[in-house]
Design a protein around this ligand. Structure first.
Ligand code: FAD
Length: 407
């Protein structure tokens, strides 16, 4: 049967391509279905990634030209415009061009033997006894059937296929916009900026990521309201951001959601495994999902290859994937989910007080040794060993307690 395949991956984003690459490298027949005609487009992501995370996955220093800038730290602004800053002696994060990054991953996967079907959307999966039937369509409306022993769902946050498989998608989402802007003033070219405040980014935050060419990526996430309207308000009215962005021109903007509730409870079923945003493998604090998604995609590939080798595609075999990734990031995600819940409870007044307190307590270089930004539970444990950090955490907890009880 021509359309009979071993492993079918839905989605040519970073998680899908990296999973396909790791599967193909083991000599397993794998095909990626991507609904868009070109990998990497449309691009909705700010592409702010940790260098350590990229290094651990073998993508840093980069072999391809996807790097846009390097950052030595962050400046965090309160709703009223005060700030505190963190700086490390060497770069800790970078901005990548997500379209080029995604393309690079897909090229590596193709080189390893994975095939891509572009412009083909997976509409439905039907789980048969021995295989999974995949119904896919082209833009022309032409429908085809494919048959796979196993499907990897890397469809991203939409989770349509995940729902069809009877699995529960993430509960909490933020609606985001990421814009490319020019004519930005007074920015620090080697530092990312983060802006807190319920007037501008209710329940999340806004970001400013400078690029080397003088343009920047600006965006925000929100639990309520229209991200486009909020972005305009943020650029024009935020006391600190408006000085930098008040006259900036938006060149492009893209809208998309981020799942924030941490990995779903069950990311597998008979003949089916979900990775990346589809499984909500995203940091609940920052919404960053690329590095976690890639790590989990690699773990998924390992289990997929094992299933192919043993000809056993049962949920029981595939459940080791869930155990593996929860062991790897369960504690960190728990810490980040709690931190996000607490941050969402804070009023603008509390955020102002908190940032002011941090500004008074810390010097820029107080955070040496706390460069880890992907696994923030581990960073918290390290921070607890530093007296000043403990003080700030205690202050943070007091504010929360007061917020929770409206004191
Ligand atoms: C505004 C914004 C800014 C962000 N900034 C950052 C950041 O700075 N750093 C960071 O780490 N993360 C960031 N993220 C999160 C990051 O974009 C995601 O975590 C990451 O893209 C997840 O990768 P993925 O491969 O799981 O899914 P995606 O990148 O969403 O890829 C899914 C792919 O599947 C395809 N697809 C979907 N359904 C089908 C179907 N039925 N058939 C065929 N193809 C299908 C889609 O076209 C897409 O190409 C941001 C997200 C947003 C919205």
């Amino acid at each position: 049967m021509e359309n009979f395949l071993e492993v079918i991956v839905i989605g040519g984003g970073p998680s899908g391509s990296f999973c396909a690459l790791n599967i193909a490298e083991k000599g397993v027949n794998v095909i990626v279905f991507e609904e868009h005609d070109e990998i990497g487009f449309p691009c909705h992501c700010a592409g702010h990634l940790s260098i350590k995370g990229l290094e651990s996955l073998g993508f840093y220093p980069p072999q391809e030209n996807f790097l846009e800038n390097l950052f030595y730290g962050v400046r965090i602004y309160s709703p009223k415009g005060s700030s505190f800053s963190v700086r490390f002696p060497s770069p800790v994060t970078c901005a990548v061009n997500r379209a080029l990054f995604d393309k690079h991953l897909s090229q590596l996967a193709e080189k390893a033997g994975a095939r891509y079907l572009l412009g083909v959307r997976v509409e439905r999966l039907i789980h048969r006894k021995e295989f999974v039937e995949v119904i896919a369509s082209k833009r022309t409306g032409e429908t085809s059937r494919f048959f796979g022993k196993l499907v990897v769902d890397a469809e991203g946050v939409a989770c349509k296929i995940l729902r069809q498989m009877g699995l529960t998608p993430p509960k909490t989402m933020v609606y985001c916009v990421n814009a490319e802007v020019e004519n930005v003033r007074d920015i620090e070219p080697d530092r990312v900026e983060v802006f807190l405040g319920n007037m501008y980014a209710p329940g999340f935050y806004a970001w400013l990521i400078p690029k080397k060419d003088g343009t920047a990526k600006v965006g925000l996430g929100t639990r309520v309201g229209n991200p486009r309207t909020l972005l305009k308000r943020f650029m024009k009215k935020h006391p600190a951001a408006s000085l930098k962005l008040g006259r900036a021109k938006i060149l492009r903007e893209n809208f998309h959601s981020i799942p924030l509730s941490g990995p779903i409870k069950k990311a597998y079923a008979d003949g089916f495994i979900a990775v990346g945003d589809a499984a909500s493998q995203v940091k609940p604090t920052t919404g960053g999902g690329v590095i976690l998604g890639l790590n989990c995609a690699r773990m998924a590939a390992k289990v997929v290859v094992k299933a192919v080798e043993s000809e056993d595609f049962s949920a029981k075999i595939l459940s080791t994937y869930q155990k593996d990734f929860m062991k790897f990031l369960g504690f960190d995600v728990w810490v980040m989910r709690e931190a996000r819940r607490i941050l969402s409870l804070m009023s603008d007044n509390h955020l102002n007080n908190f940032i002011d307190f941090c500004g008074k307590t810390f010097a820029e270089d107080s955070f040496q040794g706390l460069e880890e930004i992907d696994f923030q539970g581990r960073t918290l444990l390290k921070a607890l060993k530093k007296p000043k950090s403990t003080l700030v955490i205690a202050y943070f907890m007091t504010l929360i307690f007061r917020s929770a009880f409206k004191m």
